[in-house]
Design a protein around this ligand. Structure first.
Ligand code: ABU
Length: 361
């Protein structure tokens, strides 16, 4: 950073020029231990058995090696594009733990900082995550948070959830395709992952999911105060988890949407002249096992500025579409990382983008 007077943490949207980012790590990653919430998040039921059998153990080495190779390429591109890359502190995720309300065989990983830390302006918010096995995941980021705090950032934690049985709908069964949308969370306490929200200056867009309830959205709005408007987006997803493969403002006036999950774009976009960019059908083969997300993870790109966008190699339809929409795509191999984790947006959290808080509506 050239200018020492500039905030060390500063992120108001998804597209201001990116200067510093935290990228997750494959090191120590474990298969998430089986928990009721996995039934609500995993799109493919045939993968439940894998989690039931291997949950709490390291991912097979060949999957980890392949994911590491993708992550190395991602980091290499970021650095070559002038972005400072930070990574979490190594943490032993294998230790079992218990609270008065639940027990977990282990933690999971620090693959996806986007879920754990919500950065709004100069503020880092540790989020009240809904997965019991991710309860202590924030520990892998504490060193970075302390460093950013000492350098001037604000740093808070949302109310620590209890994640007792009262947080989850008893006997929950995820809807079949075409059935009305429902989610596993009750309104017992505020819950959300950082990736359930997406930033667009003074406006934030959030969708209820298997990690985010209405109470969490209300908490976020009240915490951020009247400077911000938190909008709940209606999505259709039988296994909803996060908004960043569903509804993604890529640049001023350009909103990328998942055509299967978004039936109605809020009027404010049309009224303000935004282009609605419909994500083409993913190209990842359907046969590829996806242990943590869906093929729509192709939408989970990362903007380096209003033009440059890191996008998965192999997603040629999306790459062509992005070019046609005026972007400059930078392809990076990522299907192997996505197999056990998520996309570029999931695998990172932008710490500093050069820009000011403004309204785009
Ligand atoms: N951030 C993860 C998105 C998961 C999915 O929609 O496939």
């Amino acid at each position: 950073m050239d200018d020492p007077s500039y905030p060390v943490v500063n992120a108001h949207n998804e597209w201001d020029p990116l200067e510093e980012i935290i990228v997750g790590t494959v090191e120590g990653a474990l298969v998430p231990p089986w928990d009721v919430i996995l039934e609500a998040t995993l799109h493919r039921q045939d993968l439940w058995d894998f989690h039931k059998q291997h949950g709490g153990s390291p991912w097979p080495q060949e999957l980890l090696d392949a994911a590491q190779k993708d992550l190395d390429e991602f980091i290499c591109i970021l650095k070559a594009e002038g972005v400072t890359v930070r990574q979490p502190t190594p943490y032993d995720f294998s230790r079992p733990f218990a609270t008065p309300d639940f027990e977990s065989k282990s933690s999971c990983y620090a693959l996806m900082p986007r879920d754990v830390l919500l950065i709004i302006g100069d503020q880092i918010i540790e989020t009240p995550m809904g997965w019991r096995s991710r309860y202590h995941e924030t520990h892998a980021y504490k060193d970075l948070c302390k460093e950013y705090f000492r350098a001037g950032a604000r740093w808070v934690s949302a109310p620590r959830p209890q994640l007792s049985q009262e947080s989850y709908v008893e006997g929950f069964v995820a809807p079949q395709e075409g059935e009305p949308m429902r989610t596993i969370l009750t309104e017992f306490e505020p819950l959300f992952d950082a990736a359930d929200a997406i930033k667009c200056g003074r406006d934030l867009f959030v969708a209820q999911s298997s990690c985010c309830n209405r109470f969490g959205i209300d908490w976020l709005q009240r915490h951020l105060g009247p400077e911000y408007r938190v909008h709940e987006i209606e999505v259709y997803d039988t296994h909803p988890m996060h908004i960043d493969a569903t509804f993604y403002p890529l640049a001023p006036g350009k909103l990328l949407i998942n055509p299967e999950r978004i039936q109605r774009v809020p009027e404010m976009f049309g009224k303000s002249g935004w282009d609605i960019l419909v994500c083409p059908e993913p190209m990842m083969p359907e046969s590829r096992p996806m242990y943590n997300c869906s093929r729509w993870i192709c939408m989970n790109v990362l903007m380096l500025d209003e033009k440059r966008v890191i996008v998965s190699k192999g997603e040629d339809r999306l790459i062509q579409a992005l070019k046609g929409w005026g972007f400059a795509p930078i392809p990076c191999s990522f299907w192997n990382f996505s197999t056990i984790g998520g996309g570029f947006h999931c695998a990172s959290v932008d710490v500093r983008r050069r820009g000011e808080l403004q309204s785009y509506f």
